[in-house]
Design a protein around this ligand. Structure first.
Ligand SMILES: C[S@@+](CC[C@H](N)C(=O)[O-])C[C@H]1O[C@@H](n2cnc3c(N)ncnc32)[C@H](O)[C@@H]1O
Length: 192
């Protein structure tokens, strides 16, 4: 059975990561969770590249540290236990890619989830920090109440961005129900 051509928001995000990142790049994982994306980003930037990853939960930082250690990738990643809303204080050069995977830590406390105000602050900071030609990825999950609020606000924010600044796509299966995940991909224009 061949794989389907149309794939999920997470799969689309992973595809953009692989397309955009080159060895030696700086990438930011704004929501490290259990470190799956951090590990993927660390592989893509190679031994001369760097990843800075954020999470507010010690459990996420420890889980990601263990994953990276086992993969031999820890030396190219900086793990920051702080809100992504403060990312400008930790990121010292313009990243080529910044990825958000919103929601709660799988296997963790479902009450600790990304929240509208800090998510919007962080996404705005990420759009400022990105290098020209860089890519912002935001996976959003409207299957829970805060997730729906985040998605609505992100859509409003992105829809108001001038095309001279960013090209922005929304990937979503239209017929997968109201809780279907969404991936926003925003490419910063070279002249901006
Ligand atoms: C869906 S998980 C991320 C999964 C991760 N990308 C992976 O590959 O395993 C979302 C994460 O965002 C974290 N989070 C919530 N609020 C945050 C904030 N203000 N700043 C940074 N991380 C936050 C949660 O603790 C949770 O671990």
């Amino acid at each position: 059975m061949p794989d389907p051509i149309l794939r999920s928001a997470r799969w689309v995000a992973a595809g953009y990561m692989a397309q955009v990142l080159r060895p030696g790049d700086l990438a930011v994982d704004a929501t490290m969770g259990n470190g799956h994306d951090t590990e993927r980003l660390a592989e893509l930037v190679g031994p001369k590249g760097r990843v800075i990853a954020f999470d507010i939960q010690a459990q996420a930082v420890e889980s990601t540290r263990a994953r990276l250690e086992a993969a031999g990738l820890l030396n190219r990643v900086t793990l920051v236990q702080d809100s992504h809303a403060n990312m400008a204080a930790h990121v010292d050069q313009p990243p080529r890619l910044i990825a958000f995977n919103l929601g709660f830590l799988p296997g963790g406390d479902k009450q600790v989830t990304t929240l509208l105000d800090s998510t919007l602050a962080a996404v705005r900071a990420a759009m400022e920090l990105l290098q020209p030609g860089g890519m912002l990825l935001v996976c959003s999950y409207p299957g829970h109440a805060e997730g729906q609020r985040e998605l609505d606000a992100l859509r409003d924010l992105f829809a108001a961005v001038p095309p001279q600044a960013f090209n922005i796509l929304e990937h979503r299966f239209l017929n997968a129900g109201p809780g279907a995940p969404v991936c926003f991909a925003a490419e910063k224009q070279m002249i901006f």
